[in-house]
Write a protein that binds this ligand. Structure first.
Ligand code: SF4
Length: 426
């Protein structure tokens, strides 16, 4: 019986794709190896969104040359870097046998069977139909609702490596979430590059979200990612309308400057973004808001950057994923004039991090003495600890209690350290 080992880099979509890859291999008779040294096939699922992520994943591929000398597993590069660079990766990495892009995963068993060095990077129109993923995060699960993206934000490589937007049928999504709930899963995150673009006939994302939440009232429901241009009152009402839809919204602003938002091709202005965050806070008091921001986009002046800082101060996000701009060749931004020197990008990033970390700490500290519902996700790192998540997706370490993953527990919060909170069973 052949054994596989899989390593995943990057976003939730890659985590979910890794589960599909495992499902495809298990259906073809493969079994999970305890590590790369014991595997007949080693897969690296790569991310191309930022240069650093790509370098990290390909660095791992370089290290696999050692494993290859010892045991000779078939080495496969999957994910967005595979899609981006295709067959050139076979020339660059002699230890690699196969390069397989995200829409070609179902061909993997056949490619392995053929024993020929090859690449497969066609872009498809499906959404993993017929694949039974091997879930890796019990009691939490990702459910893909849409793949691809048509937005072409000027800095982003996703539309080139993940193809055109396509949505799954609501009945397939509902069947998947019902099966997850009956298997004991208690948190479901609906995934799409831009969930707001979801559409199947007359069903848009707000209707889909409500349908899912109604179908599995025993589960908490989340979703990522929402595009600020498309986020609006309908989705806000859908969120407010069901108690099991988590009061958490990730709404990537990317910049606080109208001039830069236009250069990014984001399709909204600062005032619109601020109005939408105010609307959702008014309708869902206490909602946890998070964002993505980019420092040092081409042409970003000091004044544009201060607009980003002031957006962070004004909205006071609970959490921020902050990055320095990273050129991705083939995107519109890579050819734009006004490149900001890397040291300046880093210094702007540090200033944003300092500000957002302070806001995150201040907001987290307000939870001290409060009792929050927590979904237990597993043991903590120390003996006698459990870890879990709040509806706002805050991490909680619980001491002095024992419960299996999938248990809901009220926890009295005693302290917070950034995004991690500590407490005891209430
Ligand atoms: S919405 Fe923009 S940033 Fe998000 S995946 Fe699509 S192109 Fe990339």
């Amino acid at each position: 019986m052949p054994f596989y080992h899989i390593e995943v880099y990057g976003c939730q979509m890659n985590v979910r794709d890794g589960e599909s890859l495992e499902g495809i291999l298990v259906s073809a008779g493969y079994r999970k190896a305890p590590g790369p040294d014991k595997a007949d096939v080693v897969l690296v699922v790569t991310c191309a969104v930022r240069e650093r992520a790509e370098v990290r994943a390909l660095g791992r591929v370089t290290q696999l040359a050692g494993v290859r000398r010892r045991r000779k597993p078939v080495v496969v590069i999957c994910g967005c870097v595979a899609q981006e660079h295709g067959g050139s990766l076979l020339e660059r990495f002699p230890q690699v046998d196969l390069v397989v892009g995200p829409d070609e995963y179902q061909r993997l068993p056949g490619l392995l069977e053929s024993g020929v060095r090859a690449f497969a990077t066609g872009l498809g129109s499906g959404c993993d139909e017929g694949v039974r993923p091997v879930r890796s995060m019990f009691p939490r699960a990702f459910v893909t609702v849409a793949r691809g993206c048509d937005n072409f934000c000027s800095y982003c490589i996703v539309p080139y490596v993940r193809g055109r937007e396509r949505s799954r049928k609501p009945r397939d999504i509902l069947a998947e979430v019902e099966e997850l709930a009956s298997s004991g899963f208690r948190e479901i995150t609906l995934l799409g590059q831009n969930v707001n673009s979801y559409r199947d006939g007359g069903t848009g994302f707000p209707e889909l979200l409500s349908m899912v939440a109604r179908a599995v009232p025993e589960c908490w429901i989340r979703f990522v990612t929402s595009h600020p241009r498309d986020f609006g009152p309908e989705l806000t009402e859908a969120m407010a309308g069901r108690p099991n839809i988590c009061p958490a919204l990730h709404l990537p602003a990317q910049s606080g400057s109208d001039r830069i938002l236009e250069r990014m091709n984001r399709g909204y202005a600062r005032a619109e973004y601020l109005a939408k965050t105010a609307m959702v806070r008014e309708r869902i008091p206490g909602i946890v808001l998070s964002t993505d921001m980019i420092a040092g986009f081409p042409g970003e002046t000091d004044s544009d950057f201060h607009d980003s800082l002031s957006l962070l101060s004004e909205v006071r996000f609970d959490y921020g994923f902050l990055f320095r701009y990273s050129e991705r060749s083939g995107t519109a931004a890579a050819g734009m004039p006004g490149s900001v020197p890397v040291p300046e990008r880093l210094s702007r990033l540090h200033a944003m991090q300092e500000l957002q970390n302070r806001i995150t700490r201040e907001k987290s500290s307000l939870l001290r003495g409060k009792t929050l519902p927590v979904l237990i996700t597993g043991p903590g790192s120390l003996e006698g600890q459990l870890t879990g998540r709040t509806p706002g997706n805050r991490t909680v370490v619980v001491t002095g209690a024992d419960a299996p993953p999938g248990t809901f527990m009220n926890v009295l919060i005693s302290r917070a350290d950034g995004w991690t909170h500590f407490g005891e069973k209430a």
